[in-house]
Design a protein around this ligand. Structure first.
Ligand code: KIV
Ligand code: ZN
Length: 513
């Protein structure tokens, strides 16, 4: 496939995706996602918005300094201070890109920026020129491009290319466009901008009307060569175009689109799971490509068809996206070898110490459950993904609860080998146990959300609790796993407290340096 038919994947999960209401990732979690995106093979990772907060700055810097392979981009407004700060975060990257933006629609000019078109044009050009003094690769985004005056937009696109922009992005910022119109819009800009061949035209579509992927594909058909996406379609409001849907649409309908991306398809499912686990944003079962039901055939007629010939009802193979389910179930008699083989088939690589710990956790679960399924194993291994050193670990939990008694919990926590005990009451057993934890740790968390998933079917299913806990104004995701849902809840709360404890400790270490 010629270079002209190559589509560049720009992933903004860590920037626009992190703007999803309720999502907040710490620097280590962002690095972990960036590393997985590099494994998947996206071309550009937008690592964050460095001026937004010291935490954002630190995360972009860490990704720039450590993640190799993709271009690392940082977002900034079209002003010097933002550009300086972004460059400061990005400069350690193998291949950095400064991504600067300014709105171009009259509605934004009049009400938000209170600027004339001429002022916006000058500011955009100056910002690109200034960014170029640091970095050869500069992307300019015309915010709200799809609602901008076409002649003015063409003028600004041409001017920023003359100023040195290597990529010009035309976002459908508010998700207002529809496919035919958006395709025509991209075609018109391609035709109206005389120097467009000196830059890559990019698109960035939001999903307010559920058309982000369709609009992006229409843009690609009409000349866009970079597409901006987020894993699982997360992002501001209704989200961004979903990375996995764009990849698989281009792959499955290659003859129609005639375009290609350069990714490791088998990493798609794992990337989706990682982002869902770390953001705490679960994936709807019917979500295309990565939803639990995306490859499940329920109707007898469909099952019969697939058994006879897969292509009757399957347009993509689940194995291609890395969904490698097996009917083999492990149990308490399974040995280290079978356990290791299955983990490898599921794509998990653990170091020796992690493997020993995971095997002993597996045995503990296998003692309580007859069959340990792939879903159970995935849930168990998530403990290593969510890993944080355990300052506080649960040593004992006793609950008394019922319809006519005040729920009461007794909790013992081990702190550096010493066991501390406290008891508390609450509106329910989970609240009682969390209050007892607070008494021991002297850290007071506020629970913002609480999600309980049954990892696999059956009465002995493992319960997985994902909670979002606010401590001193900062949000932490906590995760706990157990066949006992109260224990899973308390473990999830303690996981968030451990994250807080180590985040504070890191902060103190940085200040002392
Ligand atoms: O939606 C949007 O316009 C954006 C830009 C900052 C690229 O996210
Ligand atoms: Zn956006």
């Amino acid at each position: 496939m010629s270079d002209k038919n190559r589509i560049y994947l720009f992933d903004t999960t860590l920037r626009d995706g992190e703007q999803s209401p309720g999502v907040s990732l710490n620097a280590d979690e962002k690095v972990e996602i960036a590393q997985q995106l590099a494994r998947l093979g996206v071309d550009i990772i937008e690592a964050g918005f460095p001026i937004a907060s010291p935490g954002d700055f630190a995360a972009v810097k860490k990704i720039a300094d450590t993640v190799k392979g993709p271009v690392i981009a940082g977002l900034c407004r079209a002003v010097k201070g933002d550009i300086d700060r972004t460059w400061e975060a990005l400069k350690g990257a193998e291949t950095p890109r400064i991504h600067t933006f300014l709105a171009t629609s009259d509605i934004h000019l009049k009400y938000k920026l209170k600027m004339s078109r001429e002022e916006v044009l000058n500011q955009a050009v100056e910002a690109v020129r200034y960014a170029k003094t640091f970095c050869p690769d500069v992307e300019f985004s015309a915010e709200d491009a799809s609602r901008s005056d076409l002649d003015f937009l063409a003028q600004i696109v041409s001017a920023v290319i003359d100023a040195g922009a290597t990529v010009v992005n035309l976002p459908d910022t508010v998700g207002y466009a529809v496919p035919d119109e958006f395709g025509q819009f991209i075609r018109t800009i391609m035709e109206k901008v005389p120097n467009i061949d000196r830059a890559i035209l990019s698109i960035h579509c939001h999903d307010d009307l559920g058309m982000a992927v369709a609009n992006s594909l229409a843009g690609i058909l009409n000349g866009a060569r970079q597409v901006e996406t987020a894993v699982n379609g997360i992002g501001e409001r209704a989200g961004n175009a979903s990375l996995e849907e764009i990849i698989m649409a281009l792959y499955t309908r290659k003859v129609f689109y005639g375009k290609e991306v350069n990714v490791n398809y088998r990493e798609i499912y794992r990337t989706s799971r990682l982002v869902s686990n770390l953001t705490g944003m679960s994936i709807q079962p019917n979500k295309a490509i990565v939803g639990k039901n995306a490859f499940a055939h329920e109707s007898g007629i469909h099952q019969d068809g697939v058994l006879k010939e897969r292509s009757t009802y399957e347009i993509m193979s689940p194995e291609l996206v890395g969904l490698n389910r097996s009917n083999l179930v492990l149990g308490k008699h399974s040995g280290r070898h079978a356990f290791k083989e299955r983990l490898a088939e599921l794509g998990f690589v653990l170091n020796d110490a992690e493997f020993d710990q995971a095997f002993s956790d597996f045995k503990e679960i296998a003692d309580k459950k007859k069959e340990v399924t792939d879903d159970d194993l995935e849930a168990l291994i998530k403990d290593y993904i969510w890993k944080v050193p355990e300052r506080f670990s649960l040593a004992y939990l006793h609950i008394s609860s019922g319809t006519t008694v005040v729920p009461m919990a007794t909790v013992k926590l081990s702190i550096e080998g010493i066991v501390f005990e406290a008891a508390a009451t609450g509106d329910g057993p989970v609240e009682a146990a969390c209050r007892a934890v607070d008494k021991i740790t002297d850290i007071y968390g506020k629970m913002h959300s609480y999600k309980l998933n049954a990892v696999s079917g059956g009465k002995d299913a493992l319960g997985e609790v994902i909670s979002r806990i606010e401590i001193n104004g900062i949000m932490y995701n906590g995760r706990g796993l157990s066949t006992d849902i109260i224990e899973a809840s308390v473990k999830s709360y303690i996981n968030a407290i451990n994250k807080h404890f180590y985040a504070e400790q890191r902060q103190r270490e940085i200040q002392d340096q």
